[in-house]
Write a protein that binds this ligand. Structure first.
Ligand code: ATP
Ligand code: MG
Length: 366
């Protein structure tokens, strides 16, 4: 999967931009605030029909302009197609086109241009709270497995309802009779979440460890340990077995849930622990190690996407080179050899030996 060229009109700080890309590495170089991240954001928008830094379309339109237009030629599954998006400053809804045909929803663009994005906030995913790591798993699995996406949505809905019942149990004690029903359905959907996460994490670990090993010059062995409901001793077991363990946990925590008025049982607190040579990243890893491991995870996510869909997604790396030592920078610049990659950075001297370097200044190629 790759993007052949891109043109932008009135998008962010780009007035009129046109550029063709290399099928391999594209290094986007420029000083701060020149439009490097904006360029990745444009690619991302065409890929997903949504920007990654804002939900508000109006912010994407160049100050003072009436509309923004993004278009690209892409190649996937051996076929060339074009993607185009137009957004307007007033109330008029945005428009999406695939090879000239107007599409009514962003879902219709799914699979034309898949991207895996890595931005500075992701660098700390292994140091931040469990919610960030769950999101990493959920985002990938929702794209790959529709059954998982449905189970997650239902689980979240049940969780919110059960939480409300527990919270209001003093005012509305009659509602407590709903709990067994919630528990039953949460054990069913929860078992799907747990088994899918556990199996995916095993695959992710295998590939991420290989990337990290190469990244660190064969010095660091990365491992990922899944942490879920305590009674689930084998999370990769058949869903029926996990379901039984979840029911057990619910029963033993029923009183505690009533007393604390909170949901204490279920996979909504799941996490995974990353270790380097057996030592937990969260507590002990250096900045560079943490970043390296986080990049390895994204590379692994991309591999698994390819294994599943047959096409390698375009990799978008925003500002990931800073704080990596020369060896690790070299890995990012020169050794991610498969598929198309966009890397932004500030310094001129980090020129890659392969691919294309694009200098950006004030929303234009120089
Ligand atoms: P850095 O190296 O600091 O990350 P960058 O090259 O990635 O910089 P961008 O985030 O792409 O910079 O932003 C470049 C500029 O775009 C900012 O100065 C911002 O003010 C400007 N900008 C953002 N949105 C708009 C808009 N709607 N219209 C005009 N300019 C905009
Ligand atoms: Mg930037």
């Amino acid at each position: 999967m790759r993007i052949l060229d891109l043109s932008l009109n009135g998008f962010r700080n780009y007035e009129a931009f046109q550029c063709a890309f290399d099928p391999g590495v594209n290094l986007i170089v420029g000083e701060n605030a020149q439009g490097k991240t904006n360029l990745l954001e444009a690619v991302c928008y065409l890929s997903r029909g949504a920007a990654f830094r804002t939900r508000r379309e109006a912010e994407l339109i160049r100050f003072g302009a009436d509309f923004a237009e993004l278009s690209a030629r892409v190649e996937s599954y051996g076929r060339e197609q074009s993607l185009r998006a137009v957004m307007f400053s007033g109330r008029r809804p945005r428009q999406l086109f695939l090879s000239g045909v107007k599409k009514s929803s962003r879902e219709e663009l799914d699979g034309v241009l898949n991207t895996v994005l890595f931005c500075p906030e992701d660098l700390s995913v292994l140091k931040s709270g469990a919610a960030e790591r769950r999101r990493l798993l959920d985002d990938a699995l929702c794209q790959l497995r529709p059954k998982y996406a449905r189970a997650l949505e239902e689980y979240k809905r049940l969780l919110a309802q059960k939480a409300a019942v527990l919270r209001e149990r003093q005012e509305r004690p009659d509602m407590l009779e709903l709990i067994p029903d919630y528990n039953e359905r949460m054990a069913q959907t929860g078992a799907i979440l747990i088994t899918t996460r556990a199996r995916y994490l095993r695959q992710l670990e295998e590939r991420a460890a290989a990337h990290h090993l190469a990244f660190s010059g064969a010095r660091e062995q990365l491992s990922l340990g899944y942490q879920t409901v305590s009674t689930v001793t084998d999370p990769a077991a058949p869903a029926m077995e996990v379901y039984e363990r979840l029911k057990e946990h619910q029963q033993s925590h029923y009183r505690a849930e009533l007393e604390s008025m909170q949901c204490l049982s279920g996979p909504h607190k799941d996490d995974f622990e990353a270790r380097l040579n057996g030592i937990p990243v969260k507590a002990f890893a250096s900045q560079g190690q943490t970043r390296t491991a986080a990049i390895s995870l994204k590379l692994a996510e991309r591999d698994l996407f390819e294994a599943d869909t047959g096409e390698l997604p375009v990799l978008l790396l925003d500002d990931v080179l800073s704080e990596l030592d020369p060896g690790r920078q070299d890995f990012v610049l020169n050794r991610i050899r498969n598929g198309q990659v966009f890397i932004t950075c500030c310094e001129q001297d980090k020129i890659s030996e392969i691919g294309k370097t694009i200098h950006i200044e004030n929303g234009a190629v120089i």
